[in-house]
Design a binder for this molecule. Structure first.
Ligand SMILES: Nc1nc2c(ncn2[C@@H]2O[C@H](COP(=O)(O)OP(=O)(O)OP(=O)(O)O)[C@@H](O)[C@H]2O)c(=O)[nH]1
Ligand SMILES: [Zn+2]
Length: 367
């Protein structure tokens, strides 16, 4: 399938303001006009299962919000990145038989894409059309700075604004100390310490999450608990962490989009064991301090090894740039380059296959 190509004629609507709490905007409304004229209904995907999904829409009859099960087969795509995902805006044919179908997906504003698990170069979309990415990190153990940097690169790459949320602040005495430490590796990013247990920091967090928010992080980081705290109800099931290793039991298996009382939605994602980067510029944003240093190197193509006038080496030498952070940057950069070359090869193979199919369907060339 391909994303719907949409013209931009203006329109007015009476019912779709119901969806504004779910992120529906006048701009989307305008994009949707030709689809509305074709009898389709706008809907936000709240959960995806194999071949089907739950969508939230304003009922064309009553104008009330309704969750509907819809068939996603018409928008199936060989590239997993183009397949429907929680947070996508969809055009739904409610009259389709035997069940409503998703007829098209609207172009995405933002999307969190990680490298698919198991060494494949496919991407996997975790959430679409989000404004803020909350990176949940448990304070129950010493935070792994390298892992936070990796999550930050993934979050920046999505196009949404990252926020680091240090969870379970009630379990430690020095939350502020750790928070300041993490702030040092997250240039331009808000870092909050929060406890769902005592409520500490939850109001501040709420103020940081207007519009659509997605929660990412390792299993057991406290994502579902935070979702419940933000939603003010038990929207997600939370299971006890295994006491031995502080790991959760992978309670959250399907992504879900939950409306917040003050407007906006939060998308809880399953715990991520592996967070492979899927290329792009997010890494440069996550390491903007190093990128800025590099701009002061004497040579434009400085490799930051032993070149004269290297600002990065100087910062490493005087300790303003920790070696750990530099190593982390180089490691993620290698990984990013690898995935970029892998996906180039994959795209080339796909193009070749398509070309062969086109030639075949065109039949023998006539003299
Ligand atoms: N003390 C304390 N425990 C918390 C807090 N937040 C979460 N927990 C506990 O941490 C464990 C894991 O929380 P979840 O919210 O299920 O974690 P998750 O990140 O959603 O886990 P997955 O669904 O596996 O990805 C549960 O036992 C929670 O009760 C907190 O603020 N303080
Ligand atoms: Zn340099």
């Amino acid at each position: 399938m391909s994303y719907a190509t949409l013209s931009t004629t203006s329109t007015t609507s009476t019912t779709d303001s119901t969806l504004s709490g779910h992120g529906w905007t006048p701009e989307l409304e305008e994009l949707f006009t030709p689809l509305a004229e074709a009898g389709l209904t706008p809907a936000r995907i709240a959960r995806v299962d194999r071949g089907q999904c739950d969508v939230v829409l304003a009922d064309p009859g009553t104008g009330e919000l309704r969750t509907v099960r819809a068939d996603t087969r018409p928008v199936r795509d060989p590239d997993p990145v183009n397949c429907p995902c929680t947070g996508d805006w969809a055009a739904v044919d409610l009259a389709a038989e035997p069940m409503p179908t998703v007829s098209a997906l609207l172009p995405r504003g933002t999307a969190i894409i990680r490298k698919g698990a198991g060494g494949r170069s496919d991407g996997q979309v975790l959430a679409a059309n989000i404004d803020t990415v909350l990176i949940a990190v448990s304070l129950a153990a010493d935070p792994d700075l390298g892992r936070i940097e990796r999550f930050l690169a993934l979050a920046w790459e999505s196009g949404a604004e990252p926020v680091v949320v240090l969870t379970k602040a009630d379990l430690v005495d020095d939350a502020e100390f750790v928070r300041a430490d993490v702030e040092g590796i997250a240039p331009g990013v808000t870092v909050l310490a929060v406890s769902a247990e005592t409520g500490e920091g939850v109001d501040v967090l709420r103020a940081c999450t207007p519009g659509s928010t997605a929660l990412i992080g390792q299993s057991g980081a406290g994502k579902s608990t935070l979702t419940n705290a933000l939603a003010g109800m038990d929207a997600m099931t939370v299971q006890q962490t295994r006491a031995s290793d502080e790991k959760g039991r992978h309670t959250t298996t399907t992504r879900e989009l939950i409306p917040l009382p003050g407007g906006g939605v939060v998308i809880d994602t399953p715990g991520l064991r592996e967070v492979g980067l899927y290329g792009g510029q997010g890494l440069a944003q996550a390491f903007s301090d190093i990128e800025e240093l590099a701009e002061n190197c004497r040579f434009h193509d400085c490799g930051h090894h032993s070149e004269p006038g290297c600002a990065v080496s100087a910062a490493l030498a005087d300790g303003t740039l920790p070696q750990r952070r530099m190593d982390s940057y180089l490691k993620l950069q290698r990984e990013n380059e690898w995935i970029a070359s892998r996906s180039d090869a994959r795209l080339a193979a796909a193009r070749l296959k398509k070309w062969k199919a086109t030639i075949k369907s065109a039949g023998p060339i006539r003299p």
